[in-house]
Design a binder for this molecule. Structure first.
Ligand SMILES: *Cc1c(COP(=O)(O)O)cnc(C)c1O
Length: 366
């Protein structure tokens, strides 16, 4: 059986370093907001080439806290509209709802699965205040066009970079492309912890300081709350583990790109649409997503050949039970994507033999 993912195996190389980190963590007696968190925030900021990085509890909270901070700063208010791709992972949309803002679902580009500026423009109203651009599957959104559009309409441009650590747009890494960015270190992400974790990056010190308070009960100093805050801190032990892995992020991404390139050059089946890929650095292949009208058959066929695949994601947000108010909305591009996509294994420890086997089986699919 070729597994889609094997987290234990993926983390095996780091085991001795993790154990060392755990020992010194245990000895330090400092379990929350200690040195490892500070070191990781600085290292991640420097990796993204940005001035501010704030560790938080997870990726969902990272997005939500950006919105909550902008509300406190007076840039957003209750009920403002936030444009978001309709095919994103549910967390992007939950973060907008939870912050008391209104998600406006926009059809993505069918080739890139990301937002397209001219489509976004059609959805802009007087109430639109922000665009949440998701770099889905690890591909950077069309940043030049989105920046021009958001500048023209005076909107905040926020990155959901939860799937795109280290991806670049014209030499600039995600995390510094808009006004603020949110990252997740959920174990399956390209930079994954051994539990939950998240980060906000920005060049705006006021935004960063507001989030530093918000994620810790709104406290400026212990027991003195300035805002009605949250409890969403990056766990110290997760920060320690992430300090071990961050130096390997570029090589992790490089391995995934090499696997993707091999798939792209060798999958030759007219029924299968391969992912959009032009520039090397723009994609970190968090997922390798193919598309075919025969998706369900392809998935079953591959399973019968011992190849595990996953659908990211089987149900679009507007068809989720949690958002029953959207069930009548028609989003044909999004619905087509959800019916046709399938993710192939692209974990960085996939062997040549395994990948050759997957390619051979896909090429034989009719
Ligand atoms: C994983 C993910 C999130 C949420 O991150 P968590 O750490 O799981 O809360 C948000 N947006 C996207 C696009 C994601 O893939």
């Amino acid at each position: 059986m070729i597994k889609f993912l094997d987290l234990k195996l993926l983390n095996q190389d780091y085991e001795p370093a993790f154990k060392q980190k755990f020992d010194s963590f245990l000895q330090s007696g400092y379990y929350i907001q200690g040195q490892e968190t500070k070191i990781f925030e600085n290292a991640f900021a420097s990796y993204c080439n940005i001035s501010q990085a704030v560790g938080v509890g997870n990726g969902l909270d990272a997005i939500r806290l950006i919105f909550e901070a902008y509300k406190i700063m007076g840039h957003l208010s209750q009920g403002d509209e936030v444009v978001v791709p309709a095919n994103t992972y549910i967390a992007s949309i939950l973060a907008i709802s939870q912050a008391g803002l209104k998600p406006v679902l926009v059809e993505p580009d069918i080739n890139t699965y990301n937002l397209k500026a001219d489509t976004v423009e059609k959805y802009i109203t007087r109430k639109t205040k922000a665009v949440l651009a998701v770099h889905l599957y690890g591909l950077v959104s069309d940043w030049e066009a989105l920046s021009a559009l958001t500048n023209k309409h005076n909107l905040l441009l926020i990155e959901d970079a939860a799937q795109a650590h280290g991806a670049q747009y014209q030499g600039q890494k995600t995390g510094r492309l808009g006004h603020a960015a949110a990252f997740s270190f959920y174990p399956t992400k390209n930079l994954g912890a051994l539990g939950d974790g998240g980060m906000v990056t920005t060049n705006d010190p006021v935004l960063a300081d507001t989030i530093r308070l918000l994620k810790n009960y709104g406290q400026k100093q212990k027991y003195v709350s300035r805002y009605k805050g949250f409890n969403s801190r990056l766990d110290e032990i997760q920060a320690a583990f992430l300090n071990v892995k961050l130096p390997y992020l570029d090589s992790i991404n490089q391995k995934r790109r090499a696997l993707a390139l091999k798939y792209i050059q060798n999958i030759d089946n007219k029924q299968i649409t391969l992912p959009y890929y032009t520039h090397e650095d723009s994609h970190v292949f968090h997922q390798f997503v193919v598309r075919t009208p025969k998706r369900d058959r392809l998935k079953k066929y591959l399973a019968a050949q011992g190849i595990e695949t996953i659908i990211h994601y089987p149900v679009p947000p507007h068809k989720q039970e949690a958002y029953s108010e959207w069930h009548d909305i028609s989003l044909p591009v999004t619905e087509k994507i959800h019916k046709e996509i399938l993710s192939l294994p692209i974990r960085e420890n996939l062997t040549t033999q395994e990948q050759d086997y997957i390619i051979e089986k896909i090429n034989r699919f009719e």
